[in-house]
Design a protein around this ligand. Structure first.
Ligand SMILES: N=c1c2ncn([C@@H]3O[C@H](COP(=O)(O)OP(=O)(O)OP(=O)(O)O)[C@@H](O)[C@H]3O)c2ncn1[C@@H]1O[C@H](COP(=O)(O)O)[C@@H](O)[C@H]1O
Length: 105
């Protein structure tokens, strides 16, 4: 796992016991699943808009927001980030069309 993803994932777990007044992440956990999903949706839309605009810096910035909020969703559900990396590794080298055909749903 990249160092920053690993370090950030560790901080996100630590924030589970943090005070919502002193931590953005803790405030998201306290607000609950719907708030986290709302932020994730917003960041997805902002990434789409950046992608349409074609400004590389904006695409990077919005993608970082999107990835960050995806990591928050994983942590909120007690899912180890490594599990997603393992899933990508499992798919690596498998054609997208083949992978889709193998999906059970
Ligand atoms: N990487 C991030 C990160 N990326 C984005 N954000 C926050 O995500 C939010 C993005 O949402 P918006 O742009 O809509 O900003 P907003 O208007 O403040 O959000 P709302 O009030 O609408 O919910 C901003 O508040 C950003 O500061 C992040 N907040 C935290 N981190 C990492 O998480 C760690 C823990 O953060 P705390 O829990 O705040 O200490 C930090 O040290 C960072 O490493």
């Amino acid at each position: 796992m990249s160092d920053i993803i690993k370090q950030l994932s560790e901080v996100l777990i630590e924030r589970k016991t943090a005070d919502a007044d002193s931590s953005y992440v803790a405030s998201l956990y306290a607000a609950g699943t719907d708030k986290i999903l709302k932020k994730l949706g917003e960041e997805a839309v902002e990434t789409v808009i950046a992608g349409k605009g074609g400004n590389k810096d904006e695409i990077i910035y919005e993608t970082a927001d999107l990835w960050f909020h995806s990591l928050v969703l994983l942590a909120h559900n007690d899912i180890d980030t490594q599990a997603v990396l393992d899933e990508l590794a499992r798919r690596f080298g498998l054609s997208g069309l083949e992978e889709k055909a193998n999906r059970s749903k």
